[in-house]
Design a protein around this ligand. Structure first.
Ligand code: PLP
Length: 374
């Protein structure tokens, strides 16, 4: 009996290409049997997570037979006090990825559209396409601009109209690392129709130390159509637990709450995130290691004559001036996993997460050898 389970699927879903995650370390170990592998492919924190988060999870293990608190009371209250907002302004998600999907399900659909940039985070087109909405893609800034491949807000404006439901802006952006200044975002928000939700995805904001960068979270009372996305997956080192959140107008949070799964954040994630939030020391050390590692990688790229894109995040997008995939594959042979970004429209680039000093050095040595042999 011949079966076809593709064509009965929703047409928009049939057209989707699945998200390609970074190659897991265990997969490379299985394939090549290498003893030492360095994974710099998914922008995770190389230091792990706060010991307070680990202790909180260990304590919570005794209660694992129970469902989590479906309203995330304690974490929401901790976040509310951190941002001086009411808990009604907070939506918790199974990673910020979950919140992106909730936004798509609640605000998009056939006949509706969203605007985002070329070379932006890969989940934006997935979220838009999955619900049959139209993706309007703003071309990125030119390669010779001050912010090469960065978001071009004038191009966003050309694609936004009274019917635009969502705008996605990653700041800093993944995979480029480029960022928008608060002055640019302020002018942008002032000119967006008031009913268009502007989602500023600040997944990497803890790392962003550029003088013109600032989180827009303090602007929530000023712009009711602003949605700020944050995650515990990056600087807080909890990627495996999947906890992210949105800060928004309470009515947006109310709508998202109607479409989320009842227990979308698990018990360990809830208590670990709450504990991690309090550990500013761990966050400071993580940012210092990132700053030093960024300098180490920059210096190596300069020595190798490679151009890097400006980055305010915990990764660097390196322009190899030749196809990135073959170099990625050769780096795997050296036990180094980075991220090819051809799927993001950057075929000559590789994205490298900033690791510990030793991990960065392993990558630099491998890249030097691979390029010399290429
Ligand atoms: C810009 C951006 N937004 C959101 C996410 C999703 O993160 P998570 O679902 O782990 O919170 C990522 C992950 O890489 C990202 O790079």
């Amino acid at each position: 009996m011949s079966c076809d389970f593709i064509r009965p699927a929703l047409p928009a879903v049939q057209r989707l290409s699945p998200y390609q995650p970074g190659k897991p370390e265990a997969e490379l170990r299985r394939e090549l049997g290498l003893a030492h592998i360095v994974k710099l492919a998914s922008n995770e924190n190389p230091l792990g997570c706060s010991p307070r988060a680990t202790a909180a999870m260990q304590a919570a293990l005794t209660d694992i037979a129970r469902y989590p608190d479906g309203n995330g009371y304690a974490l929401k209250h901790a976040l509310a006090s951190r941002f001086a907002l009411s808990p009604d302004c907070i939506t918790l998600g199974n990673g910020s990825n979950d919140v992106l999907e909730l936004l798509g399900r609640a605000y998009l659909g056939p006949g509706r559209h969203a605007v985002f940039s070329e070379h932006a985070f890969a989940v934006y087109p997935l979220v838009v396409q999955a619900v049959g909405a139209e993706a309007r893609v703003a071309p990125a800034l030119a390669t010779d601009s001050a912010m090469p491949y960065g978001h071009d807000l004038a191009a966003f404006h050309q694609r936004i109209d009274q019917d635009t439901r969502l705008v996605f802006i990653a700041n800093p952006n993944n995979p480029t690392g480029t960022w928008l200044s608060s002055a640019q975002l302020e002018d942008f928000l002032a000119a967006v129709p008031p009913q268009t939700l502007v989602v500023i995805d600040e997944a990497y904001c803890e790392y962003a130390e550029k003088p013109d960068y600032a989180s827009v979270a303090p602007w929530l009372s000023r712009w009711p159509n602003l949605v700020v996305l944050r995650t515990f997956s990056k600087a807080y080192g909890l990627a495996g637990l999947r906890v992210g959140y949105a800060l928004s107008h309470p009515e947006v949070a109310d709508i998202l709450n109607r479409v989320r799964q009842p227990f979308n954040v698990n018990s360990l994630g809830l208590c670990a995130a709450e504990a991690a939030l309090e550990d500013s020391e761990f966050l400071d050390v993580s940012c210092t290691v990132n700053r030093q590692g960024m300098a180490q990688l920059h210096a190596a790229c300069e020595r190798l004559g490679l151009r890097v894109l400006p980055s305010a995040a915990n990764f660097l997008c390196i322009d190899l001036a030749r196809p990135g995939v073959p170099i990625f594959e050769r780096l795997l042979q050296h036990g180094v996993i980075v991220r090819p970004v051809a799927g993001y429209g950057l075929p000559n680039a590789l994205r490298v997460t900033v690791g510990t000093e030793a991990e960065n050095q392993h990558f630099i040595t491998a890249l030097t050898e691979v390029l010399a042999a290429a």
